[in-house]
Design a protein around this ligand. Structure first.
Ligand code: PLP
Length: 415
């Protein structure tokens, strides 16, 4: 399946699927927001890292040089993916761990009466660490609410909470529950005018859109490569200058250089090799451009074009899925924001979402049910802790997946 993007050819979805061995098992995967299936080049990069000499980073033995090269190439790749500086790319075990670490180090500069703004649209990973850190510092937490009817988080909902005591605002770049993409650039503008910092959860967005951390105005941007074809770890991007101002706890012999200052212990070299391969895999999705010798495009340019094509494909599939769901009786769709990722949240008039999840699994369709740790958002939508059935689209989903989902859900609703 190929979508034509106008001036160029779109992504060849069949070729993309052929490079992801897990898809051969025949399961229709709608669990991309929980983690994507892994392409062969990523598997091979991990194997390659572990099949060759690999030692603690250094410049003498082959294994040391291999580790050093892997870390350098990883930072270059993530800098290309996010539009960041290599010296501002921090490795973590997960986005949650990085956010906890940064909440503790940032909170050291907070005094009683300072204020922190969190949003109810966010995954708990970008709420609870800040609430707990604020509690320990005696800082006040202010909650920005989204509109449950539209799914929108208006810029004004944050703007109205800013005061001269605001030290930090945290917001998601895209909701992992209902896909809403707030206007982060406009939020950043207000936050910076108030003299505060902005911490952006880009975990869900980075799988679906071309990211430019500078254009977004994110002082901190966290994401997780396992959501965009890579292995399971987290990455944080910030300007090296800002990182220099922060003093995390660290071991005495470990380097104080940025970004290593924030990376506790030995890095997961094989995972970093996998993430570099995932970024290259994404860049390789860039539709073919005219074959002019000597005009090889750089990776960031190819990433921009790849994500433009991914958005065309995912939007077309999302519209198809939403149209199909709207034809089914008794289905409520909660993903309604004007700008959103291809992530549908469904509930059913006379059935539990968790029953749908189990029913679909018996037809080899994986669309899990829950709140997906976006607990505040689920409650604010009136869905309590149960949440709904999440149908998350990824670049490898195709029309056949949507047809299987629609037929199986239709059978479920009749059951
Ligand atoms: C929007 C969002 N933020 C944060 C997280 C947590 O990421 P990690 O598993 O890397 O801690 C997730 C995971 O699903 C997420 O979707």
């Amino acid at each position: 399946m190929t979508y034509d993007t106008g001036t160029r050819t779109g992504i060849d979805i069949d070729a993309l699927r052929a490079r992801i061995p897990a898809l051969r098992a025949g399961v229709a995967h709608f669990d991309g927001p929980g983690g994507t299936q892994t392409p062969t080049p990523v598997v091979e990069a991990i194997t390659h890292a572990l099949s060759n000499p690999l030692s603690v980073r250094g410049s003498v033995a082959p294994g040391e040089i291999n580790a050093e090269t892997i870390v350098r190439d990883f930072r270059l790749a993530m800098a290309d993916l996010l539009g960041a500086e290599t010296a501002g790319i921090v490795v973590g075990r997960s986005a949650t761990q990085l956010t906890y670490d940064f909440s503790r180090v940032l909170a050291r500069g907070w005094a009683p009466g300072d204020e922190v703004i969190v949003s109810r649209l966010d995954h708990d990973a970008n709420i609870r660490p800040w609430v707990q850190a604020a509690g320990q510092a005696g800082a006040v937490v202010r909650w920005a609410d989204f509109d449950p009817a539209t799914g929108e988080l208006p810029v004004t909902s944050i703007g109205a909470l800013l005061t001269d005591r605001t030290r930090l605002v945290t917001v998601t770049a895209a909701s992992n529950l209902i896909g809403t993409r707030p206007d982060v650039t406009a939020i950043a503008d207000l936050v910076h005018r108030a003299g505060a910092l902005l911490y952006v959860d880009g975990v869900h967005l980075a799988a679906h859109a071309f990211v430019d951390v500078t254009a977004l105005g994110a002082d901190f941007f966290v994401c997780s490569p396992y959501k965009f074809f890579g292995p399971h770890h987290g990455v944080l991007a910030a300007s090296p200058g800002l990182l220099e101002t922060l003093r995390p706890d660290k071991l005495a012999p470990s380097t104080d250089a940025v970004p290593e200052r924030f990376e506790l212990g030995t890095l997961p070299y094989e995972a970093l090799a996998g993430t570099r391969a995932a970024v290259d895999f994404l860049a390789d999705l860039a539709p073919d451009t005219p074959d002019t010798p000597g005009t090889a495009q750089d990776r960031r340019t190819r990433l921009r074009s790849a994500f433009a094509a991914i958005e065309v494909h995912e939007t077309a599939l999302r519209e198809r899925a939403e149209e199909a769901m709207s034809q089914l009786d008794g289905v409520t769709q909660h993903s309604r924001a004007a700008l959103r990722t291809p992530t549908l949240l469904l509930t059913f008039d006379n059935h539990e979402a968790t029953d749908a999840y189990h029913f679909l699994a018996r037809s080899r369709i994986h669309a899990p049910a829950g709140s997906f740790y976006a607990l505040e958002a689920s409650r604010h939508l009136g869905l309590g802790t149960a949440g709904g059935l999440r149908v998350g689209l990824s670049p490898y989903n195709n029309a056949d997946d949507i047809e299987r989902l629609t037929a199986a859900l239709s059978a479920f609703l009749r059951s």
